[in-house]
Ligand binder design. Structure first.
Ligand SMILES: [Zn+2]
Length: 291
C-alpha cells in the first residue's frame, strides 16, 4: 500500500508536470473509481486548468481553476502515471508504471490540451478519484478525522506526546498506525521508527515515558524525511525500469530483514504479529516492558 512518502513522491512529481495544463476530456471504465455526475464533469472538469497539487495524509488533491478539486485516494494498488513530453509514475509498483497505457488496470484517464495524459491505474479497484467543490473538501469525513501531518513545522514533540497520551491504553504500534492520532504512518515506517526509538511495538502507551515518546517523534520525522528524499519505498526510478525494490527499503533497518542481523547489536531480527500486522523487531534492542 502506498504510504505517506510514496504519496508525497507522487505529489511532487505531478506538481512539476501537470500544474497549468488544461483538461479537455476524461474517460473512466469503472463508476466506483470515479463517482461523479456527467453534469459536474462537463461543467467543472472539462475545460478547467490545474492550479495546484497537494497532499493531506495519504490523499492527493488536484485543484482546478473551476473551484473544484479532484481528490484521489490510491488505497491498496493505486498509481498515477503521467505521459507526455516526459514520463512519470509512482504509487503501487507494477509494470503499468512503464508499460503502454491505458492497460487493464487503467480506471480513469485525463486528457490534456497538449496531447499529454494522466492515468489513474488501480488493479484492485479500492482507490477512487472524486470531483468535489474545493471548499467542500475539508468536510469529507476522512479529512475531518485525520490527525496532524507529522512533518509540518508546527507539529512539535509536545503535540505528539499529548496525542499519544490520549491512547494510553493502546499498544504503541497500534497508536502509531492510527490515522486519527497522526497522519500517514504505515507499517514500514512504524516498524522502523519503533526500532530507532528502541520501543517494543506491543508496549502499552502508558508504559512509554515522555522521553521515549520524544525519541519516537524524532524517529518518525527523520524516517519519513529520508524516505521522501529516496522517493518512497517504491523505487522512483521504476519508470526507468531500474528494478522493483524500493529505494527506501535499502535503508530499512528491520523491515523485511527477518533472519538478518541487527545493525546495532548483531542479534537476529525477528518477525512477529502486532495489531494484526507483520512486525519486525530486534527483541534485544526493543525489550518488552513487563511493568
Ligand atoms: Zn539489536
Amino acid at each position: 500500500m502506498p504510504e505517506l512518502p510514496e504519496v508525497e513522491t507522487v505529489k511532487r512529481g505531478l506538481k512539476r508536470l501537470i500544474v497549468g495544463r488544461k483538461i479537455i476530456n476524461v474517460e473512466w471504465d469503472w463508476p466506483k473509481s470515479f463517482p461523479s455526475s456527467e453534469e459536474d464533469v462537463n461543467d467543472y472538469l472539462i475545460g478547467s486548468v490545474i492550479t495546484d497539487v497537494k497532499r493531506r495524509a495519504k490523499v492527493l488533491k488536484i485543484e482546478l481553476d473551476s473551484d473544484y478539486t479532484l481528490v484521489i485516494h490510491l488505497k491498496m494498488t493505486g498509481q498515477l502515471v503521467f505521459r507526455g513530453d516526459e514520463s512519470f509514475g509512482a504509487g503501487h509498483p507494477t509494470d503499468s508504471l512503464v508499460n503502454d497505457l491505458p492497460d487493464k488496470s487503467t480506471r480513469v484517464t485525463l486528457f490534456f490540451e497538449d496531447g499529454s495524459k494522466l492515468f489513474f491505474n488501480d488493479q484492485r479497484k479500492f482507490g477512487w478519484v472524486r470531483l468535489i467543490p474545493t471548499d467542500m473538501v475539508k468536510e469529507i469525513n476522512f479529512f475531518k478525522k485525520v490527525g496532524p501531518e507529522p512533518l509540518e513545522d508546527s507539529f512539535k514533540a509536545a503535540d505528539f506526546i499529548k496525542r499519544f497520551r490520549r491512547r494510553n491504553n493502546s499498544g504503541i504500534k497500534s497508536a502509531l498506525l492510527d490515522q486519527t492520532v497522526i497522519a500517514g504512518v504505515g507499517n514500514i515506517y512504524a516498524d522502523e521508527a519503533l526500532y530507532a526509538a528502541r520501543i517494543h511495538p506491543e508496549t502499552k502507551v502508558t508504559k512509554v515515558s515522555d522521553k521515549k515518546l520524544k525519541q519516537l517523534y524524532k524517529a518518525v520525522r527523520e524516517i519519513l524525511t529520508i524516505s521522501i528524499e529516496a522517493g518512497g519505498s517504491t523505487d522512483r526510478n521504476y519508470v526507468d525500469a531500474e528494478g522493483k525494490k524500493g529505494s527506501y527499503l535499502k535503508f530499512a533497518n528491520v523491515f523485511r530483514r527477518e533472519g538478518e542481523s541487527c545493525m546495532r547489536c548483531g542479534r537476529e531480527i525477528t518477525k512477529i504479529k502486532v495489531a494484526g500486522r507483520g512486525t519486525h523487531i530486534c527483541s534485544f534492542c526493543q525489550r518488552r516492558r513487563l511493568k
